[in-house]
Design a protein around this ligand. Structure first.
Ligand SMILES: [Zn+2]
Length: 420
């Protein structure tokens, strides 16, 4: 972690500032804390492999004991949930290799790690909406200088869409160490990862952020009123208004896979005490995005549209630039590299393929995936013939010529380097 990030961290329990405890084991360089112990007025927390773990759940306290005893490598194993000797040695070897991909590391974490669908995240319908809404809102409120936080952001896929929108890097907060560790290395390089418990007060200073956001996770938070109050606190007291954004919150009135503990639209609105929220039915936002834009956040969705949509986007802000139509950004040079969407299998021979063309076929990793994300068929074709010369140009730093059309159709994606 960057040492200057201590200025925005606060103990979740006493609210006190956190500082490195110099008298206990630590490894630091000029501007980074690699391992060590942070202390406040009431307790101490470990920094494990550069990630502050600011909660007191069992792995965190075990990791803290290991760091205090000068065993940072054992602290990391505990945080990865790998205490079995053979598994953890195999994992350490995969993690240590610079050639390992995101997929390799997810596989090395074993079947208990909830990672199966993350590989396909960059083209799923939920992501397509979240990315557009987050980028539009962040570009409006951050002004290039204010910081954003992605709460319960998992392995950082949506955090990635915040990169480059402000000079202080986005903070990625999640309960699971393995996810934020993967994000820092692959999905959102340069982000500041922090382990937090979303059901506790959030360990950050009042007004530290211009945007506090959470996508596809809010229905799994039990302490929803506290969480929204905390999001409002994180953007409170700044001269230019910030924004609270909750994306893909399931609707209690419509069943959906991984339903969680959702609320009705009016119950979500009631959670906001100090800011007036605006609720959007995601079907309308989805049509805006797959239609090529603009993304119209000036719309007022009525109760009928909200009631029948499986998922809602909620934005609360007094910033005048947010509730407006937003042009979708044009194709840009790759943040990572353009590669074939991992949902496509490449068939080099067979029926009609061969010669100077290859056939790409859409295939889902499971029936469950298809049930949950099948709406991607509205923009991803079942089959497409692609010139071999276009495939040979991949991985590519930019999507020019024939790649531009494939990238616009999400058949080719700007993926993190060493993703799969
Ligand atoms: Zn404290």
């Amino acid at each position: 972690m960057r040492i200057d990030s201590l200025s925005i961290l606060r103990c979740p329990y006493c609210g006190g500032r956190l500082n490195l405890v110099d008298s206990l084991f630590h490894r630091v360089s000029d501007d980074e804390i690699h391992d060590g112990i942070l202390g406040c007025h009431c307790c101490i927390f470990p920094v494990v492999d550069g990630i502050p773990v600011l909660h007191l759940q069992p792995p965190a306290t075990a990791a803290r004991d290991h760091v205090q005893a000068g065993r940072p490598e054992l602290a990391r194993r505990v945080m990865f949930g790998l205490e079995d000797g053979v598994l953890s040695e195999a994992f350490d070897a995969v993690a240590a290799s610079p050639a390992s991909t995101y997929r390799d590391i997810v596989e090395a974490l074993g079947p208990t790690f909830e990672g199966g669908y993350f590989l396909y995240r960059f083209s799923d319908p939920t992501y397509v909406v979240a990315q557009a809404v987050v980028r539009a809102t962040a570009a409006a409120v951050l002004g290039g200088t204010r910081r954003a936080i992605d709460l319960c952001g998992g392995s950082g896929h949506v955090t990635r869409s915040l990169l480059g929108l402000s000079s202080p890097p986005p903070v990625l907060a999640d309960l699971y160490f393995a996810k934020v560790w993967l994000a820092r290395r692959f999905t959102a390089p340069g982000c500041e990862p922090v382990c937090v418990d979303g059901n506790a007060p959030l360990p950050f200073a009042r007004g530290a952020f211009g945007l506090a956001m959470c996508t596809d996770a809010f229905m799994f938070i039990w302490t929803k009123r506290q969480f929204v109050g905390e999001m409002a606190r994180l953007i409170d007291g700044q001269q230019i208004p910030g924004a609270v954004l909750i994306g893909h919150a399931h609707n209690e009135r419509v069943w959906s896979p991984s339903h969680g503990n959702p609320l009705t639209p009016e119950a979500y609105a009631d959670l906001f005490e100090t800011l007036e929220p605006r609720l959007f039915a995601e079907a309308g936002l989805f049509q805006d995005v797959i239609g090529g834009g603009p993304l119209d956040l000036s719309r007022h969705d009525g109760a009928d549209a909200l009631d029948r949509d499986p998922a809602l986007t909620i934005i609360a802000t007094r910033h005048p630039g947010v509730f407006a139509p937003h042009t979708l950004p044009p194709l840009a040079p790759a943040l990572g590299e353009f590669r074939v969407n991992p949902l496509y299998a490449i068939d080099h021979g067979g029926d009609g393929a061969g010669g100077d063309h290859a056939r790409l076929r859409l295939r889902f990793p499971s029936d469950d995936y298809e049930q949950e994300y099948g709406a991607c068929r509205q923009y991803l074709p079942d089959e497409v013939m692609v010139a071999r010369s276009a495939l040979d140009a991949l991985p590519a730093a930019g999507a020019d010529g024939p790649l531009a059309d494939l990238a616009r159709r999400r058949i080719v994606l700007d993926l993190p380097k060493r993703y799969y």
